[in-house]
Design a binder for this molecule. Sequence first.
Ligand code: PLP
Length: 382
Amino acid sequence: MSDSSPGKLASATVAVTAGRPASSPNQPMNVPVVLTSTYTASDFSPQPGDLGYGRWGNPTWTALEDTVGALEGGRALAFGSGMAAISAVYGLVPLGGTVVIPDAPYSGTSQLAGELVAAGRITVRAVPMADTAAVVAALDGADLVLLESPTNPLMDVADLGTIIAAAREKGVLTAVDNTFATPLLQQPLSLGAHVVVHSATKYLSGHSDVLLGIVVTAEDSAGIHEKLHGHRTINGAIPGPMEAWLALRGIRTLALRVERASANAAELARRLGDHPAVTRVRYPGLENHPQHELARTQMRGFGAMLSFELAGPAEQAEKVCAATGLWIHTTSLGGVESSLERRRRHGGESKVVPETLIRLSTGIEDVEDLWADLSQALDTIS
Ligand SMILES: *Cc1c(COP(=O)(O)O)cnc(C)c1O
């Protein structure tokens, strides 16, 4: 999975080395958790870079932002949650503007879009991410396209290169939710996206103990960075310093976690495909995934998320979720522990998602233990 190249450190190295205090004798190696609500004033008028007040900036956020910025290849801003980050991105759209989103994105992304539509703020065009022609056609006259790839939970893969190039040509602001892939497997800014968003609650933090969001802007999008920074400050959509520190602590092991969890997911996807109770497995690493070839060229690995479907009815899926021991029946994803969930149990989930679809977030446990637990749960319905 190495992406090392001459003159450029590999992502796995950046994840360990970025965001550290300048090296000098007797200085701490890690940034401290800076717990303060305010900073002493400068002697004269405020200088550029002055922190001033706790809502404007914090050295612990900065260390995290420097690290995620280096991994994505842009300038990062930390937010209080992934939804706070997505809300800030919607805030870039002018009143009455048009936004293109996936027909089945992360449920919060579509729910917030629905609220903005109901309030008369924006118009939304919801399109299937795997249908490149439909996405490109929807860009005409749009102000923002918020892509997700792979999508949560359908695991559809968007042709990022083609869509982003078309959006740039049509003057459409392009944002990509990179939560599932992480910057280790996919770097949308390098494909021309203006903005990347993360629920850092998931893989970046990695231990299911933090809520945090990140927005990263491309080097050519300084104006957008300033707007997002202004939005965060005035809306108070800020992270806590402790959360920022925990996320940075998590990122130090990101490469190891993603590598192990992805290897587990690939093996489980293969075995699930052979289980009699399973009607369909959705994992971009499988050759029968409709966008497998695209995923191969666009991603450095296929990630640790996958979904599968059962014959039904929905109760069968609920039964499987209740029958696991090692796999935790819970929402959220991206932690070291494996978890599963029938997504349609949430009323806000897109109706495009099948009733019996179970989403797996594969952790870093031993793959044989994971399979033993999952297959015995599936055996209870077959
Ligand atoms: C969880 C998630 C979000 C929302 O992030 P929060 O940190 O829960 O606010 C956004 N996008 C995707 C793909 C997610 O999985």
